[in-house]
Ligand binder design. Sequence first.
Ligand SMILES: NC(=O)c1ccc[n+]([C@@H]2O[C@H](COP(=O)([O-])OP(=O)(O)OC[C@H]3O[C@@H](n4cnc5c(N)ncnc54)[C@H](OP(=O)(O)O)[C@@H]3O)[C@@H](O)[C@H]2O)c1
Length: 248
Amino acid sequence: MKILEGKTAIITGATRGIGKGIALLFAQHGANVAFTYSSSVEAATQLENDLQQLGVKAKGYQSDAADFEQAQKFVDDVLEYFGNIDVLINNAGITKDNLLMRMGEEDFDKVIEVNLKSVFNMTKAVQRTMLKNRKGSIINMSSVVGVKGNAGQANYAASKAGVIGFSKSVALELGSRNIRCNVIAPGFIETEMTAKLGEEVIKGWTDAIPLKRGGTPEDVANACVFLASDMSAYITGQVINVDGGMLT
Ligand SMILES: NC(=O)c1ccc[n+]([C@@H]2O[C@H](COP(=O)([O-])OP(=O)(O)OC[C@H]3O[C@@H](n4cnc5c(N)ncnc54)[C@H](OP(=O)(O)O)[C@@H]3O)[C@@H](O)[C@H]2O)c1
């Protein structure tokens, strides 16, 4: 039997990068996958097909995780189509980097809304189902930047540190109902988000990583499979760095 067989997982922001890696690995391990995206309709259709080819139920939804009403409607639609929700992975995220001196209010608010408020929206939306089931695993994507801070990313670091505080609180509130909530803090993972950085910056990051390479979406996805599965049944409220030792 596959490790996630019979489980239905929601993954936000799965049309590329880490989210896509998680969706594909979850399907390989037998999970049914409901995923969201913001605008990439073609990539979503392709992913839906790729996941179904792996023999699981899969569907993509265009839904803005930052919008409270849309998150609720998305979860209602998932329940109607899939019948249940066992795992929530809040992965959708954006960057709008700038030095504080040049960072506008809009760029601060937008990053907080997409990276942090989305986690509140989605957790609220699945809470009732998980409480009824008396089980559930919520996995929130933070970043090493949320643990350590980073010059030029005050908005992003604030949102990702917020995700950690939120997740620990949820773990404390919902632990008695067997609902677990953990955080993954990826380091430097090679995706479109990091491709925006110049070659020099990328070399600087990788030189400082003990394992001497950037991570892959699969590196992060493997940690998600563990946290979603019953193998991590006694783990909650934790932050797992998937960073090649960067913060060590
Ligand atoms: N890459 C890294 O090195 C790294 C390191 C630490 C943490 N992280 C975190 O890991 C997560 C994934 O990063 P990534 O590098 O894979 O990002 P990415 O390649 O930029 O992909 C972001 C995904 O999120 C979706 N998305 C964006 N805004 C959304 C919204 N409002 N509602 C729903 N979906 C939305 C995008 O959909 P569309 O395609 O439709 O735009 C896309 O599928 C993020 O939370 C990021 O902060 C990444």
